[in-house]
Design a protein around this ligand. Structure first.
Ligand SMILES: [Zn+2]
Length: 118
């Protein structure tokens, strides 16, 4: 008797993955999180890559940054939308991910520690 409407609409779901350091969120294993595509504009894209300590450009068809890495001020207040029952907002054009579960500075500290010691 139970009819799952999702069974009828078989869609190829490409997993969106979050590429932030220390984050393993995907749109399949995580709810209540929005996945934000990399900005198309080159300078903004570069700022995201710098923030993520990443050199190579992303595969924009699946690599994103989830909403956990943005502060409230990064979002536009007047543009609100809902993804899978989760209310989120549009990112400001100049928003850059800034919240990470591991501290990148720690990694840099360790590295410089090594080279500085004589
Ligand atoms: Zn994430």
């Amino acid at each position: 008797m139970e009819q799952d409407t999702q069974k009828n609409t078989k869609q190829e779901r490409t997993a969106l993955v979050c590429v932030a350091p220390g984050c393993t969120n995907t749109n399949i294993n995580t709810i209540n999180v929005a996945f934000h595509s990399f900005p198309a504009e080159q300078s903004s894209m570069q700022r995201w890559l710098t923030a993520l300590a990443r050199a190579e450009p992303p595969d924009v068809s699946r690599e994103t940054v989830c909403s956990k890495h943005f502060v409230r001020e990064d979002f536009l207040d007047d543009q609100c939308f809902i993804i899978r029952n989760f209310k989120t907002r549009t990112l400001k054009p100049d928003a850059v991910p800034s919240i990470f579960t591991i501290t990148l500075f720690k990694l840099f500290e360790l590295k410089s520690d090594h080279t500085d010691k004589k």
